[in-house]
Design a protein around this ligand. Structure first.
Ligand code: HEM
Length: 198
């Protein structure tokens, strides 16, 4: 087993894999939240809305997948081995307890959003909508986690990416608060009927 692990980590070094997966997960989460908000604008054509919704859902799913890879791969690091418990139970890691905990929480929030969207019909649109607002703190936790923990934050291009994506999401959230009439509440129906999911 150790031999297989050694071979695997030779081709996929743990820290390179976790960093690549973390950044990918963050970017997918960003795309998901942006398409989620923009599809709810009244001015969006129904055809475009469908496309945006498809992107919104699939980037959400892949964001979780990469987030899981990003977190779980850390178990295979020989130097700072994190146990599965430290990875999955927020704020229990030996090192960077708080920052790592934020990442775990962000992952759980993403999971809750996906699961509740699948059960929208059962839980009702009102409760689903309330839960879906968690996407904003979920995104923020992922952003802060990435900035605080990531060695790539030191790189100009990556910190620029954090700035731009953060400002875009912040701007869209503000827009949604200031102009709530842009959200076509009445058109949101349970998922099975193939309409908006944000
Ligand atoms: C189980 C949950 C998670 C754990 C245990 C975890 C752990 C970590 C650790 C230890 C690092 C530092 C990596 C390094 O020093 O090279 C890191 C960085 C990072 N994480 Fe997470 N994380 C989790 C969830 C997430 C999620 C859900 C996202 C996406 C929103 C995310 C995005 C990032 C980003 C963008 C970085 C910086 C990567 C870089 O600078 O190259 N993490 N995470």
């Amino acid at each position: 087993m150790n031999q297989i692990l050694a071979e695997f980590t030779h081709f996929f070094p743990v820290w390179d894999t976790t960093r690549a997966a973390g950044l990918t997960s963050y970017l997918l989460l960003f795309i998901s939240i942006v398409t989620g908000i923009t599809q709810s604008f009244k001015s969006i054509h129904p055809k475009k809305r469908k496309t945006l919704n498809l992107i919104h859902e699939s980037t959400g799913w892949f964001g979780i997948l990469f987030g899981l890879i990003h977190g779980l791969v850390l178990m295979f690091d020989y130097d700072i081995t994190l146990s599965i418990g430290e990875i999955l139970i927020p704020f229990t890691a030996k090192t960077d307890t708080f920052s790592i905990g934020l990442g775990t929480l962000s992952l759980y929030i993403m999971l809750i959003l996906i699961i509740t969207s699948d059960y929208m019909k059962k839980i009702g649109v009102k409760l689903w909508r309330t839960i879906h607002f968690l996407s904003f703190p979920g995104y923020l936790l992922g952003l802060v986690h990435g900035i605080w923990l990531g060695p790539d934050t030191q790189k100009g291009l990556i910190s620029l990416l954090y700035y731009i994506t953060g400002i875009v999401v912040g701007g869209l959230v503000l827009w949604k608060i200031v102009c709530p009439r842009h959200s076509p509440k009445q058109t949101i129906q349970p998922k099975e009927e193939g309409t908006i999911n944000s």
